[in-house]
Design a protein around this ligand. Sequence first.
Ligand code: ZN
Length: 171
Amino acid sequence: MSQIYVLDAGVLFSSWTSKIPEGKFVTTSSVLEEIKNRPSQVRAEVLTLLDRLQEDFPTPESLKAVRLAAAKTGDLSVLSDVDIEIIALAYSKKSIDSKTTLVSTDLAILNTARHLGIHVIDPNRKFKHEIVWALKCPACKHKSRYRTTNLECPVCGTIMRRFVHKKHKSH
Ligand SMILES: [Zn+2]
């Protein structure tokens, strides 16, 4: 079975795919929509013609699992629906083929995917650590678990900010 690479828009904008002579690339329809009218559209079309790039869809269960994982890591507030779909597609693929790799340059995408046990590649090599975010009040320094709603500090009412709560090597 050949390796499956799930690609986000950032990777299709780059020339990363030209370095991978074998394997199947998959992406979501929303990513293909995003790269329309961009130079990378030609690359995506060529890969599709060569039967190497396929459009696919995440399962509803995997979308749910991704939202849950992103809420836990603290990445949910910075992930778009397109981002969540691409992680969910990798998660769907992983359940039927363990040789699935998610390729992305987006650190929140990579972080959430790693927490779901998905193998990841960052072509920019900036993703070094898995992170769990928490909240800290810039005024009174109160800390709390990460949440997406009600970011007000329970002590003084200031809007709390994300900070790195836990960090460990991603590989
Ligand atoms: Zn406070």
